[in-house]
Design a protein around this ligand. Structure first.
Ligand SMILES: *Cc1c(COP(=O)(O)O)cnc(C)c1O
Length: 385
């Protein structure tokens, strides 16, 4: 009887227990504690940023991003339609703004041509910013998501953001460790190039703290403000005075212990994920009509999630069920966000590729402890479809 192969599971093979034990011994379990500061320093150093703000989740980091970026009630924010819901809710509805949805290009990340087309042909650039011709709303921000750890086209998005005076929020929840290796942005990590960036350490991400996240910013005062907001905007620890409505969004010391241990493992996890991706690619890409979605050239991707593009002869949900029969867990990409909640009323552009990927992509097992043998079993099962 062969074993169940999960899609993506946490891997605690380092100092996790030791660090958590130390924290429990000292009873430092909540949002104060030295490990939270250490986690911030560790992530900041890894990303070559002056400061990192440890948050309760990636969603919290994204909500804080929209707040410190000054996205206002009634504003519009340009977001991708092919992403996890938490790219959108915290950066739009949480702050009273409305999304404008844009589809993806071949990379599965938001299509820069379609964003530029919206800004140039559906909006007017005034002295005080970009305005949507259809609604009259101020278009104040652009949320770029590095889908599945694949770098979005940052030179283009940086250019568009500057040209149309948009704040650029990077959702790098899935892309910790992804960086440019060539070109003018060589050495720059996903999440560190825009105005503000967010990472997630949820259970299925490349490293996990159970639930947690980080915010970084190229405006140091924004990062300082985000930390202030994440700790109830408290101005005096003795008198408990607060100067604005804040949030309980800080990471806990226990989660930071997990995070510090996981950060020690991150580069090894990336190497492992890259090797397994290459194993899949060599066996499946271009074989029997299957394709493996590539990661962007000129980057070192963290290879977080692998996307198998199905041939037209195969139906997605039947494939998922057939692999499940073989004890192999897979999943489709997300339902398009513009078709959910009440986002159907919002504008949406250039969705063809997003719809095609929604129909044809299956994410296949990619855990950081996936063995070569298990990977081979998945390959055999796929080729037998
Ligand atoms: C996981 C994820 C988030 C949210 O992170 P949480 O830590 O789960 O709140 C946001 N955006 C994307 C693209 C994600 O994959």
């Amino acid at each position: 009887m062969s074993n169940f192969i999960p899609l993506s599971v946490p891997n605690f093979c380092g100092n996790e227990k030791k660090y958590v034990d130390d924290a429990l011994d000292g009873a430092w379990v909540s949002t104060s504690g030295a490990k939270v500061d250490e986690m911030e320093a560790c992530v900041a150093q890894y990303l070559h940023m002056p400061r990192a703000v440890a948050c309760a989740s990636g969603s919290a980091a994204l909500h804080l991003s929209a707040l410190v970026a000054g996205v206002q009630r009634g504003d519009e924010v340009i977001v991708p339609s092919l992403t996890f819901i938490a790219s959108v809710n915290p950066t739009t509805r949480y702050v009273g703004a409305e999304p404008v949805f844009i589809g993806c290009d071949e990379s599965a990340c938001m299509d820069p041509d379609a964003v530029e087309d919206f800004c140039a042909n559906h909006c007017t650039l005034r002295a005080d910013g970009l305005y949507d011709n259809a609604t009259g709303a101020h278009v104040s921000a652009l949320v770029v998501v590095h889908v599945f750890g694949n770098m979005a086209d940052m030179p283009r998005f940086l250019d568009i953001a500057q040209k149309y005076r948009l704040v650029l929020i990077e959702d790098a929840a899935e892309a910790l460790g992804t960086k440019y290796t060539e070109g003018p942005l060589a050495g720059r990590f996903a999440g560190t190039m825009g105005d503000v960036g967010a990472y997630s350490y949820n259970g299925n991400k490349i490293i996990t703290t159970g639930t947690g996240g980080t915010l970084v910013s190229n405006h140091d005062d924004w990062a300082v403000h985000a930390k202030h907001l994440s700790t109830q905007a408290k101005t005096d620890v003795l008198q408990f005075t607060h100067d604005e409505p804040g949030y309980n969004y800080r990471m806990t010391n226990i989660d930071a212990c997990l995070g510090l241990a996981q950060m020690e493992l991150l580069e090894g996890f990336i190497a492992h994920k890259t090797a397994r991706y290459e194993q899949y690619r060599a066996a499946l890409d271009g074989v029997k009509g299957f394709r493996m979605l590539p990661f962007r050239e000129g980057t070192r991707s963290n290879h977080w999630f692998y996307s198998l593009l199905l041939p037209d002869r195969l139906e997605r949900d039947a494939v998922i069920a057939a692999l499940h029969e073989q004890k192999i867990q897979t999943r489709p990409v997300w339902s398009l966000i513009n078709e959910q909640c009440d986002y159907g009323r919002n504008q949406a552009f250039a969705l063809e590729t997003a719809r095609e990927y929604r129909r044809r992509i299956v994410n296949i097992p990619c855990s950081t402890n996936l063995t070569e043998q298990d990977c081979a079993r998945v390959i055999d099962a796929v080729l037998a479809l």
